[in-house]
Design a protein around this ligand. Structure first.
Ligand code: ADP
Ligand code: MG
Length: 552
């Protein structure tokens, strides 16, 4: 499609606002143009804070001389057809405003070739446009120099070079993760900061942006469902990658959202992703995840934000539900067992396990250092952290108990007298029923003196009396009773759990592993730490150089 000027009525309908506010917004517009041009490889390089020089080179379809000359004019685009339907765009750009906005406040040089014998160079400097032939392979390089040279106030409002480059890096990261099928590289002052291979897998993209330790502890998602739009069933797909909750961050910034392959800061997707992790996340911590939602273009409005950083969904709840379910299912069924060195695909062996427990076919070989259970599972050696495993089991039992029956209580004999502060006493009085359902039997005997007559004994292990104060703290701390209860459950789950050095006979150990396998989320303790590591046989084959021996 060729570049042409948008009709005036379309121009009036596009979300107004400044497109170019800082170097990162220049990079974003250029990268989006490269993606719209079908690039499979995009190299971004930045000097200083980005006002000095930004360059984006791609291997997309390029532009003819006529198109390149027109593209730098206002409201010229090749992306909206005759009908100019901005309600259902399937390109990232559609306003024809980026290149002219950049040219108005910088030196803009475009070198491009759409497959002709020679390419074209368009230079806009100080508002003057010049066009001449230039050599270039098919694709486009856009270089922006001296940004905001004629807008000193804007230039002054920028942050440090480090901070501005950080924003550029964020933009490239978001697209590199939204488009694992495209090779991205980012360089700063001549040094490569990161690169992704464009291999199509989210794991490889995360490996490029983060590192091995993060990418190696993750699971990919691909979830499909439908939702109702004007009485018709329409498809909705959720793809991406979830990093296991043993690695978390203090903010939601590491939840990368994309909608129809557009990188967006979408609160709905971020919230639903966090909700999908649920109790696997330690409180106040957020996951690292890439969540890419695809749905028919008419179910999304991309024209709500001048920088196109946000979109509006026709049915936001349908999107939130699907994302939460996709994340929850992936984490529940995913193999959260950490694999040492080599990624081992245990999905198939997991599916083969019948009955209630996912570890039904696991044989406990022994115990190591009084801390870990070593187990044989098909071709792998499983190492179970018995304390973490016990916490997970207790947590799920307690949670279920709170839903339904009360937790077993173990009598404290003789009862233990405690003097409570006025606020602690108030917590006891306000939460008598909750405490009793949790297994605490408490009676008042004058003033603020109480007697603890029973403590929780989930799984036959008796909580110590000190857990009572923890329970009161948890109940007092959370303004939201749901959160308070979650915290309480996690702490309680921890209290009577097996401690380091507890010897377990084989029967008890087998029982523990089986109970763990029967948990809803067996692979992480309530605080998000892993419960099981798996070491594939390949590790040993490699370590003992058996392959060589076989060959030799
Ligand atoms: P928009 O992306 O909204 O169409 P732009 O000002 O960003 O507006 O770009 C104008 C036009 O220039 C695009 O419609 C496209 O035809 C062309 N163009 C810009 N960048 C590239 C590129 N990297 N490769 C091929 N064509 C491009
Ligand atoms: Mg554009």
């Amino acid at each position: 499609m060729t570049v042409r000027k948008l009709p005036p009525d379309t121009i009036e309908r596009i979300a107004a606002g400044e497109v170019v506010t800082r170097p990162a917004s220049v990079v974003k517009e250029l990268v989006e143009n490269s993606l719209d041009a079908g690039a499979t490889r995009i190299d971004v390089s930045v000097d200083g804070d980005g006002t000095e020089r930004v360059r984006v080179a791609d291997d997309g379809r390029g532009m003819s001389e006529a198109d390149a000359e027109l593209a730098v004019e206002h409201h010229t685009t090749s992306k909206l057809g005759e009908a100019a339907d901005i309600e259902r765009v399937d390109t990232l750009g559609f306003r024809g405003e980026a290149l002219p906005s950049i040219a108005a406040t910088a030196t803009l040089e475009i070198t491009t070739n759409d497959g002709d014998v020679r390419g074209t160079r368009v230079l806009v400097e100080g508002g003057e446009k010049s066009v001449r032939p230039a050599g270039r392979a098919v694709g486009t390089t856009v270089e922006v120099r001296d940004l905001f040279h004629n807008r000193p106030a804007r230039r002054k409002s920028l942050s440090s070079a480090k901070a501005e480059f950080g924003r550029v890096s964020d933009v490239v990261t978001r697209y590199a993760l939204a488009r694992p099928d495209v090779h991205f590289s980012l360089s700063h002052d001549g040094r490569e900061v990161f690169a992704t291979p464009g291999s199509e897998t989210y794991t490889d993209a995360v490996l490029g942006v983060y590192d091995r330790s993060v990418a190696g502890q993750s699971t990919e998602i691909d979830y499909r469902s439908t939702f109702d739009l004007d009485g018709r069933d329409r498809p909705l797909r959720v793809e991406g990658l979830l990093v296991y909750p043993s690695i978390t961050r203090a903010t939601r910034e590491h939840v990368y959202a994309a909608v129809n392959r557009r990188a967006v800061y979408d609160a709905t997707i971020r919230r639903a992703t966090v909700a999908g992790y649920g109790s696997l996340l330690p409180s106040g911590r957020y996951p690292i995840a890439v969540v890419s939602v695809s749905l028919p273009p008419e179910a999304v409005d991309a024209n709500v934000h001048p920088a196109k950083d946000e979109v509006a969904f026709v049915d936001e709840d349908a999107v939130a539900d699907a994302v939460e379910r996709a994340v929850d299912e992936a984490l529940t069924t995913a193999d959260l067992r950490r694999s040492a060195e080599i990624a081992v695909d245990l999905d198939s062996s997991l599916e083969a396990v019948g009955g209630d427990s996912r570890f039904g076919d696991v044989a406990v070989i022994g115990q190591y250092r009084g801390l870990y259970l070593l187990c044989e599972a098909d071709d792998d050696l499983l190492v179970v952290d018995q304390h973490a495993a016990h916490e997970r089991i207790n947590y799920e039992r307690l949670r279920d108990a709170l839903r339904g029956e009360a937790v077993e209580s173990h009598p404290v004999d003789p009862p233990k007298a405690v003097a409570l502060s006025p606020s602690e006493a108030a917590v006891v009085e306000d939460n008598r029923e909750t405490l009793s359902r949790l297994g605490f039997e408490v009676s008042a005997f004058g003033g603020r003196a109480y007697r603890i007559e029973g403590v929780p004994a989930p799984l036959g292990r008796v909580a110590d009396v000190g857990s009572f104060r923890d329970a009161l703290d948890a109940l007092a701390a959370g303004e939201d009773p749901e959160n308070a209860r979650e915290e309480l459950l996690k702490d309680l789950a921890c209290h009577p759990s097996l401690k380091a050095g507890d010897a377990l006979d084989r029967e008890t150990a087998t029982d523990l592993v089986e109970r763990l396998g029967a948990c809803e989320r067996p692979y992480a303790c309530p605080h998000g730490r892993p419960t099981v590591l798996s070491i594939g046989e390949e590790t040993f084959v490699r370590g003992f150089e058996r392959e060589h021996r076989r060959l030799g």
